[in-house]
Ligand binder design. Structure first.
Ligand code: EPZ
Length: 423
């Protein structure tokens, strides 16, 4: 059944909200369960992408047990090292099983991820790294088939671009490789640090995560992974954006301050008040109209592409001009025309959008195109006059745990309803 959100804008947000565990940290760690054969993961968000990962692991023959915010995985008797089309198609992150399967079982057959709404998103860098480690990789019938005789070997890998998924695949493969792997120009995202910590807790020998050189001393096996996932920095940033649009005063709990500094600085530059109450708590307050502020998305520690749409939504109502440049994905502006339907003044020029702040947004029907674009439309709806209806919210359910429930607890008027449209 297709659903939509119906939002009556104009209510300020007030109260306290707790950030869930990180989606993009949970996914690779769940696949790291393939390496260890035993995993107990805590603080896992209840999301569609987590369901898909669990389904994939259970299809492979792992025993998967779900409890509220926990996942337990145990190796079964016979493991099928394959990720089929229908699951990879619904979640590109399925590609993260490739490195672990190869390292642990010496072979893998994974459907090649197809196109994506936000850009081409090839996996060539993942494949190059694994082939350098000794895997024989072929692509046929839409599948990546990878094999290695014996163990993968530790090598030096220099990425052309600090790819997040590519770094995660190489890191997981290197854990069980023979000898030392040095990953250069590695992605520095906090989710990679979380993955490295989870692996280390099980006996993996990893150093340098969070910098652009990660060194891994391969071991023959690792033990059980028992780990609690970091809070979701993008969900936390999205709540900053929600207050920046709707106004009000909100305390955010489990707020990963240290890894959100680029985002915090930009919201502060725009005039939002963000007060650190403790290591894990902030108070966010909006006083008057925000100022137009420029951003350029960059690999971590720069401004994250996953916050670009939500920041743009905020700037639609700020005073003056904001210039928003997207450098990570080539087509991540699908929300621009939808925000324009709410009355925003936006002009796309290549990989840049010029936002001219308007006095008000007015509710309309809009359609979500990808996860973060959906979030930008929902929070814009909180600030728009009258009613905004957001369609295709299944995108949102992939990555935000109970967003409407959390927003409602802060006083927003947002309801989930059956869609009258076929989407
Ligand atoms: C991760 O995707 C995140 N997904 C994305 O979050 C996030 O937007 C992205 O990193 C950037 O921060 C997960 O963690 C599951 P990349 P990933 O490899 O790993 C190009 C969300 O909304 N590239 O760093 O796929 C690629 O096309 C999602 O939660 C190659 O050319 O990102 C892109 O332009 C969306 N060849 C750029 O690098 C490759 O082999 C960054 O991709 C790999 C990547």
């Amino acid at each position: 059944m297709m659903e939509k959100f119906v939002i009556k804008g104009g209510r300020e947000l007030k109260g306290r909200v707790k950030i869930s565990g990180s989606k993009n940290a949970s996914l690779p760690i769940l696949f790291a369960g393939i390496l260890s054969g035993e995993l107990h993961l805590k603080n896992v968000p209840d999301l569609k992408d987590i369901d898909t990962s669990c389904k994939l692991l259970s299809r492979m023959g792992f025993t998967v047990e779900r409890k509220p915010s926990e996942v337990l995985i145990r190796q079964g008797n016979s493991i099928k090292t394959e990720a089929p089309y229908e699951l990879v198609k619904t979640m590109r992150a399925s590609i993260l099983c490739l490195g672990p399967l190869l390292a642990r079982y010496g072979k893998a057959r994974v459907s090649m991820p197809g196109g994506c709404a936000i850009g081409a998103r090839p996996v060539n860098l993942h494949l190059r790294a694994l082939s350098k480690m000794g895997a024989d990789i072929r692509i046929d019938h839409g599948y990546i088939t990878a094999e290695v005789s014996g163990r993968l070997k530790g090598v030096d890998i220099t990425f052309d671009f600090p790819t997040v998924g590519g770094t995660e695949n190489a890191l997981m493969a290197a854990v069980l490789a023979k000898g030392k792997t040095v990953i250069k120009n590695a992605a520095r995202e906090p989710e990679i640090v979380d993955l490295a910590r989870a692996l280390r807790s099980a006996g993996a020998e990893i150093e340098g995560e969070g910098t652009d050189v990660i060194e891994v001393n391969g071991v023959e096996e690792i033990g059980k992974i028992d780990y609690s996932v970091m809070p979701d920095r993008i969900e936390a940033g999205t709540f900053l954006a929600a207050v920046a649009l709707a106004g009000g005063e909100v305390e955010i709990e489990d707020f990963p301050y240290e890894v959100l500094t680029a985002v915090i600085e930009k919201f502060e530059e725009a005039g939002l008040k963000i007060e650190k109450l403790s290591e894990k708590e902030v108070l966010v307050r909006k006083e008057g109209r925000l100022r137009g502020t420029n951003i350029v998305t960059q690999p971590y520690p720069g401004f994250p592409t996953d916050m670009q749409a939500q920041f743009m939504a905020t700037m639609c109502l700020a005073e003056g001009i904001s210039v928003i440049k997207e450098t990570i994905f080539e087509n991540r502006f699908m929300h621009v025309l939808e925000l324009s339907r709410l009355g925003a003044d936006l002009t796309i020029d290549g990989n840049t959008v010029v936002v001219k702040g308007v006095e008000k947004l007015v509710g309309a029907k809009v359609t979500a195109t990808d996860l973060r674009a959906s979030a930008s439309l929902v929070i814009a709806g909180l600030a728009a006059e009258n009613t905004t209806e957001v369609y295709r919210i299944y995108h949102l359910d992939r990555g935000y745990e109970k967003l409407e429930v959390k927003l409602r607890s802060l006083g927003a008027d947002i309801r989930r309803e059956k869609s009258e449209l076929p989407y």
